[in-house]
Design a protein around this ligand. Structure first.
Ligand code: NAD
Length: 458
């Protein structure tokens, strides 16, 4: 442990040397990282297949390709993001000038989960490097093949005083670091339960945090929605990565008049994506481990299986499954499902549906399928959520111009694109006042100056 803390201190020295601040340095680091990721492309695919049975195509869209797209955007814009931002100066302070400077935070800790093990560690890494920080990376121990490839990439590109890779059991190595070293920021992606532990440890040293957590993202299908399209756009993200996606539609709330039609449309859409036997489909994922598998299959008894329901413990396979007749009080409606089981509940009035959603407030995402802009507006205003999509699901997170993050139990803070740069930068307020003008009214005694001060201060 002593050796680890010494390495963290070396990071602080390196950061304090100022080496990471210049634009040219940051850009070069990002280019080096890009090249190494490109060189390891096949190894990344093989590792993600070993850990989660992901196809190359799925990896490209959700892991390394996702990262590459955002990296290109960051490289194209970094220079302008780093420019000090001139802001107006109020009357009281004229003729001063004012600007906001973005300065790096320092030594930041980034903690990743196992479901998108590459993207969810490397995308925040990109933001932290772009903002001029040194970084400690903690991958999830539950995606070991991907963790090993990422370690190789990091060792190939960065000295440990700039990016330190710390694998291992999170419950052991994270407290060992956070309880003995004051990071300048902790960026955590994972479950809400562990998020609370991280938040408490950070609070001890008043370390700021970004928490990218989970939750139950509802998907509302109104009576005027295009049901065939809704079924496809719900099934695609729900069963991608076998449902192990933080923003996957967790459950569907469909207007009762369209419940049967939606279920029939889902039953058509799923075999179009995965054939009649998803177990044989290359592109269909597997559950990460036995613990998660055993947790998920318990939910199968929380309703009537109207599609799917097969599973195989030996290969950690669970078929895409639709559950009808699910009670709002069942376990599947309390926990984040994080697996390929989709409960369908119905509603007659918006109030009824809102009451169900309110049982798990502030979801990471909210999805509304409707043909009416009045309903769209009403729903977007009715459900506080980290992000939202209208007539689609999850894809908001692929646009780097949108902030991605939760609120309340689904997290705090946001990232992607410029928002990552902002997350890993401190906004330093700077005022510069010339010396050629120095009126007496700015100094005591202030007696008799109230009228003037009222005008000046406003
Ligand atoms: P997790 O919370 O179990 O683990 C995440 C990280 O925390 C891992 O690196 C792990 O080593 C570490 N960790 C585990 N226990 C710890 C402890 N006691 N003390 C300190 N660190 C500890 O999460 P997970 O199972 O890897 O991921 C699934 C969860 O993450 C789901 O809830 C999902 O919704 C959420 N998630 C959120 C996002 C998002 O962007 N908001 C993305 C992916 C996953």
């Amino acid at each position: 442990m002593q050796a680890l803390i010494a390495q963290l201190q070396q990071q602080r020295h390196f950061f304090e040397s100022g080496a990471t601040r210049p634009y040219a340095f940051r850009k070069q680091q990002l280019l080096n990282l890009k090249r190494a990721v490109e060189e390891h492309e096949e190894a990344i695919y093989a590792a993600l297949y070993a850990d989660l049975h992901k196809s190359k195509e799925e990896c490209w869209v959700t892991e390394n390709g996702f990262f590459m797209a955002e990296l290109k955007d960051t490289l194209a814009n970094l220079k302008s993001w780093m420019e000090p931002e001139a802001v107006p100066t109020n009357l009281l302070n004229l003729p001063s000038s004012s600007k906001v400077m973005r300065e790096p935070l320092g030594v930041v800790l980034i903690i990743g989960p196992w479901n998108y093990p590459f993207q969810l560690l490397f995308t925040p890494l990109m933001g932290a490097l772009a903002a001029g920080n040194t970084v400690v990376l903690k991958p999830s121990e539950f995606a070991p093949a991907t963790a090993a490839v990422m370690e190789k990439i990091i060792h190939a590109v960065f000295p440990p005083e700039q990016v330190l890779y710390v694998p291992g059991d999170g419950a052991t190595v994270i407290p060992a670091m956070m309880n003995h070293f004051a990071f300048d920021h902790v960026f955590y992606t994972g479950s809400t339960g562990v998020g609370k532990i991280i938040y408490k440890m950070a609070a001890e040293n008043l370390v700021p945090v970004t928490l990218e957590l989970g939750g139950k993202s509802p998907c509302v299908v109104e009576e005027d929605a295009n049901i065939t399209i809704a079924a496809k756009r719900i099934a695609m993200p729900k069963f991608s990565n076998a449902g192990q996606m933080c923003v996957a539609p967790d459950y569907v709330l469909v207007h009762e008049s369209k419940r049967v039609e939606l279920i029939e449309a889902l039953k058509k859409a799923i075999p179009q994506f995965y054939g009649n036997d998803a177990a044989k489909e290359e592109g269909y994922g597997r559950i990460i481990n036995e613990k998660q598998f055993n947790r998920i299959i318990q939910y199968l008894s929380d309703g009537t299986i109207v599609y799917g329901g097969k599973y195989d413990a030996a290969s950690l396979y669970i078929e895409p499954t639709i559950l009808d007749g699910v009670s709002v009080d069942s376990t599947i409606m309390r926990d984040e499902i994080f697996g390929p089981i989709l409960p369908i509940l119905s509603f007659n009035t918006m109030e009824e549906a809102k009451a169900i959603i309110a049982k798990n407030p502030n979801p990471l995402a909210f999805y509304i399928f409707t043909g009416s802009s009045a309903k769209e507006q009403a729903w977007l205003q009715a459900v506080p959520a980290g992000g939202a999509c209208v007539n689609t699901a999850t894809l908001h997170l692929t646009n780097p111009n949108l902030p991605f993050g939760g609120r309340g139990f689904s997290g705090t803070g946001a990232y992607h694109g410029k928002y990552s740069f902002e997350t890993f930068s401190h906004k330093k307020a700077v005022m510069k006042t010339p010396t050629w003008f120095d009126p007496a009214l700015k100094y005591p005694p202030f007696t008799g100056k109230l009228k003037l001060l009222k005008w000046l201060v406003g």
